[in-house]
Design a protein around this ligand. Structure first.
Ligand SMILES: [Zn+2]
Length: 62
């Protein structure tokens, strides 16, 4: 019973992803952070361009 509920829950989340409703999280790349520190303040531009958006549920790049 509980297992099928878990599967249904997972299916609902995946259905949201399939419909394009990804749960997006931003992640800064290491290069961007290093540039930001070494080339401050111009490096901040690198920091903001080197951002990876990923869905926390399915891991797809957004
Ligand atoms: Zn997703």
């Amino acid at each position: 019973m509980e297992a099928s509920m878990g599967k249904q829950y997972q299916d609902n989340l995946m259905a949201m992803c399939a419909a394009g409703n990804h749960d997006v999280s931003k992640k800064h790349g290491v290069c961007g952070i290093i540039c930001a520190v070494l080339l401050f303040p111009c490096g901040l531009i690198c920091l903001f361009t080197d951002v990876e958006k990923r869905c926390v549920r399915c891991g797809a790049r957004v």
